[in-house]
Every structure is written in structure tokens, then in C-alpha cells.
Write a protein that binds this ligand. Structure first.
Ligand SMILES: [Zn+2]
Length: 212
């Protein structure tokens, strides 16, 4: 193993296991660049309590930054812990550059969730919007009602809705039952199974465990 590969391996061992980023992977992107803080050197994102990942800096492009913002000259890979799952992940230098120079985000917009949790958060936001719009649909068709039951159930399953919403899902499924056709019946059955799992899953599992 070459000296620099050994160095890289050693550096990687100092880090906890990282949630992989779909584009940048689960390791820091070592560039060899490590500017010190000095006059005229500005790090895009910085941390008060911990240093950046060494030698992961990339140069910024101040020309692409909004004129009113603080100019950044470099970005470093930074260690973060996800607000939702608590796992460690990296807020990558390239991602920071994208946020700052292409999306125009401010430096106060920190990256607080790993990618899977960000995706889950976006999925839940979409479900909530869908749920709200289905509630407003009138007249409600069997399809709308099953869709509404599906959304509500998915939000309960993800912990975004309280379990008492299962009662609403049950009512929807009861109301729609006499109007089911060959295409809606299988969906209706699947939704019932999910309601039963959500209501009794924990009891069933603990029952099986106690028999052992
Ligand atoms: Zn997470």
C-alpha cells in the first residue's frame, strides 16, 4: 500500500460509519487541499466545535455566489449527525458548493438530515399534500376514498400521524365496501391487511415472543 493510501485509510478510520451519499459515497472526498483560515480565506460552512475533515477542501467560485452573501473561498467535507436517525453522515464540499452557488441557499441553511431521511421527509410532505387535496375532493369516488385511506395509513405507518387516525381509515374502508369493483377490491383488501398490521402487529409479535 502506498504512503498516501495508508494515510487515507488511517484518516477514514477516525470517522464513524457514515450513511452513504448516493453521489459521493460513504467516504470523504480527499482532494489534498487544506487551506488554513487566514485573511481572505472564507469557508462556506464552518463548525464552532469541530474541525473540517482534513484535506477535503475544494475551491469555491465567488463569481457564482450572490453578491449580497458572504463570499466563500473554500468548502470542506463536514461531519454531521442526522436529526432524525442520529447516524453520522457527511455534508460534502461539492454539495455545499451546489447549495451556495447554484441553489442560492444561505449559510444558515445547514444540512441536518442524511439523504435517506431527507428523502423520507420529502415523501411524507408529498403524502400530506396529497392527503389534504383528497380531503377537498367532492364528490368522493371509491377511488378517492381508497386513495385517502392509503395516504392516511402511510402517514400512520411512518409515525407522522397518530394511531387514532386508523379509526378514520377503518370508516373509509367500511363506507367504500359496497361500491367496490373488480379493480378496487384487491386494493381494499390490502388496505385492510395494513390496518390490521398497524393495529395488532405489536400485540401479535409480543404474543409469539411470549410463547417461546
Ligand atoms: Zn438519517
Amino acid at each position: 500500500m502506498s504512503a498516501s493510501r495508508k494515510q487515507r485509510a488511517r484518516r477514514a478510520q477516525d470517522l464513524p460509519d457514515l450513511v452513504p451519499h448516493p453521489r459521493y459515497g460513504a467516504q470523504p472526498q480527499y482532494t489534498g487541499l487544506h487551506p488554513a483560515e487566514a485573511v481572505g480565506v472564507w469557508f462556506g460552512w464552518r463548525d464552532r466545535d469541530q474541525p473540517p475533515i482534513p484535506r477535503t477542501a475544494i475551491p469555491a467560485n465567488p463569481a457564482r455566489q450572490r453578491p449580497a452573501t458572504i463570499p466563500a473561498t473554500h468548502y470542506f467535507d463536514r461531519l454531521r449527525h442526522c436529526r432524525d436517525c442520529g447516524l453520522a453522515f457527511l455534508f460534502h464540499a461539492r454539495e455545499q458548493q451546489h447549495w451556495y452557488e447554484e441553489l442560492g441557499f444561505g449559510l444558515d441553511a445547514d444540512c441536518v438530515r442524511c439523504v435517506p431521511c431527507r428523502k423520507q421527509q420529502q415523501r411524507l410532505a408529498r403524502l400530506r399534500r396529497r392527503y389534504e387535496s383528497l380531503l377537498r375532493e367532492s364528490p368522493a369516488t371509491p377511488h378517492t376514498m381508497l386513495d385517502l385511506a392509503d395516504c392516511s395509513l402511510a402517514l400512520v405507518e411512518a409515525g407522522a400521524f397518530h394511531r387514532r387516525r386508523l379509526e378514520q381509515v377503518r370508516n373509509l374502508l367500511k363506507q367504500v365496501r359496497p361500491r367496490l369493483g373488480p379493480r378496487t377490491a384487491p386494493l381494499h383488501r390490502d388496505l385492510w391487511l395494513r390496518v390490521l398490521a398497524a393495529e395488532g402487529g405489536a400485540t401479535l409479535v409480543s404474543g409469539v415472543m411470549s410463547q417461546k
